[in-house]
Design a binder for this molecule. Structure first.
Ligand code: NAI
Ligand code: 15L
Length: 264
């Protein structure tokens, strides 16, 4: 690719991915509503509110692919979720259609299926059971991606990311952790695979205690290489596992499932 757009560039994953996916294109166009600094020679930064359709249209112009991380990344009130994640995602796909973008990596979330029980085996064909307005907005993004594949042939990999942090820090993450390196490899496969169509993949490392089966996404050729087991002793030393009534023991989405609607 000549130019790859990454939204959410000022966020945790955006920052972690810059060095890992920079080699996928001659140039990286980074964007966020918040500022980003320390640009390299092959990076440019364009400030943009994803809810602003004309700004997103200009942002996407002249790009060849999109890594869409931008948006509200946890539960919030409806206005915030709707603007950043529903309108924001629609604006990205509409701009992609108008500017002939062929393929998109969409950062979906495990909270699309957060009301399943821990230990239940899920795969990319599992029906959504969103655990929050946030999870619902991610389910919308997946369906939007499907519409743009069926109607316009725009390919998407929708990654239901588990918990992507430098290391697992609690018992739940022994199941849900996704290392930054494995995430980088998943984005690389998104753009290297011959054909992705519309693919839903769970974003987790090769965790022994994992819940998710990525057999339906085998065509991506993604093989996670890290595992949360490396950190098990550290996690167990830091605290006891949650009790049977704790949100972590009742639902995959844990506290997101237990939380009420946020009103402002
Ligand atoms: P983050 O909250 O650190 O980054 C999100 C970025 O989006 C922020 O820099 C924020 O300024 C930007 N943003 C928010 N509203 C915006 C708007 N209206 N216009 C433009 N930019 C806006 O989140 P993180 O952890 O980096 O996650 C990145 C993406 O991956 C998010 O979409 C999140 O939902 C998804 N994800 C992350 C997981 C994780 O474990 N980190 C797990 C599952 C999904
Ligand atoms: C997410 O979707 C969030 O963006 C992230 O901050 C974590 O809460 C993650 O899910 C998780 O479930 O651990």
């Amino acid at each position: 690719m000549k130019r790859l757009l990454m939204t959410g560039a000022a966020g945790n994953l955006g920052k972690a991915m810059r060095t890992r996916i920079g080699n996928l294109a001659d140039a990286l166009r980074l964007s966020d509503i918040a500022p980003t600094s320390d640009l390299t020679d092959t990076e440019e930064f364009v400030a943009c509110d994803l809810a602003d359709a004309s700004a997103v249209d200009a942002l996407v112009r002249d790009c060849d692919g999109i890594v869409h991380f931008g948006g509200r990344s946890v539960e919030d009130d409806w206005q915030t979720i709707r603007s950043a994640n529903i309108d924001g995602c629609f604006n990205i796909y509409e701009a992609a259609r108008k500017h002939g973008i062929g393929r998109i990596f969409y950062a979906s979330s495990n909270h699309v299926t957060g009301f399943y029980r821990p230990g239940e085996r899920l795969d990319g064909n599992t029906a959504p059971r969103p655990d929050s307005l946030y999870g619902l907005s991610k389910a919308f993004g997946e369906d939007l991606a499907r519409l743009y594949w069926d109607k316009f042939g725009i390919e998407s990999v929708c990654a239901r990311i588990g918990s992507s942090f430098p290391r697992p820090t609690n018992h739940r993450m022994l199941s849900t952790w996704l290392s930054h390196d494995d995430l980088g490899r998943l984005i690389e496969r998104t753009f290297a695979a011959k054909r992705v169509g519309w693919t839903v993949v769970y974003g987790a490392s090769a965790n022994q205690a994992g819940w998710w089966d990525n057999t339906p996404a085998a065509h991506l050729g993604w093989a996670p290489q890290d595992t949360a087991e490396t950190y098990r002793a550290e996690v167990e030393a830091a605290g006891n596992p949650p009790g049977p009534e704790a949100p972590e023991s009742r639902w995959q989405g844990a506290t997101f499932a237990a939380q009420s609607i946020i009103e402002r």
